[in-house]
Design a protein around this ligand. Sequence first.
Ligand SMILES: Nc1nc2c(c(=O)[nH]1)N[C@@H](CN(C=O)c1ccc(C(=O)N[C@@H](CCC(=O)O)C(=O)O)cc1)CN2
Length: 283
Amino acid sequence: METAILLISCPDRKGILSEITRFIAENNGNIVNADQHIDFQKSIFFMRIEWELEGFKIPKLEIESAFRPIAEKFQMDYQLHFSSEVKNVAIFVSKYDHCLYDLLYRFKSGELKGNLKLVVSNHEDLKHVVEMFQIPFYYFPKNRENKLEVEEREIELLKKEKIDLIVLARYMQILSNRFVNEFRNRIINIHHSFLPAFVGAKPYHRAYERGVKIIGATSHYVTEELDQGPIIEQDVVRVSHRDTVSDMIRKGRDLEKIVLSRAVRWHLEDKILVYDNKTVIFE
Ligand SMILES: Nc1nc2c(c(=O)[nH]1)N[C@@H](CN(C=O)c1ccc(C(=O)N[C@@H](CCC(=O)O)C(=O)O)cc1)CN2
């Protein structure tokens, strides 16, 4: 059953919901999912609504233009997606393999509804892992001197392969503003701490030194500012004085895999709305 999905945000006012549902109902659409949220502090309306395309009177390619008068009336920002459109995905890795293995399995098994097209790395260490899953592996060694030139070649590859989503699976290179702008809110990173705690390098070691009682993982969209992008998902686990740094890393890596895969799944299923450096997750 193919569906259309509208992700909407706009200034809150009376009548929004009725106009959206009337647009769908009057054109013989059967709504299969509808979820909304109001930010009362900022008076913003958010909605994710999904309906069956079978029997819908408006041809698929004309839905966006047919909806536009409603969008203009309510000053909506909106995205229209179709469940049949499977997103092309690229994974970026360095040397850590736990999130990579996890994602490779979840894509291979069909759990993640995306088309994993390629893996990019600044090291060759994981080439054998990727090729075990019959996925193309591209090696782009980077250093301070060549970083921008190498990124241009990476962007060229990503555009040629029509990549829709980039997943940084413990990728240890800071992306330039140019790269981030090219793929705004389409680059997901996993940070191995419960942000905003322990931004930057070695969060597990710093957590151990601080004597924390919980550690966590955070997936977020990548922005120009390191680890400051819109948070998509987080989770935590308890630790104690009995845990060494190795224990924390072991417990944390399980969290990283879960938190990253949830974020990837929600993005692939068009369940994430970004506003004001935050997210609304329609899960
Ligand atoms: N523009 C952004 N790029 C990246 C982000 C981000 O939020 N915005 N997240 C990082 C991931 N990360 C922490 O989660 C991180 C990765 C790398 C570094 C770093 O200092 N890298 C050095 C090189 C280190 C090396 O070569 O081993 C660098 O890039 O100069 C800090 C944090 C991914 N990218």
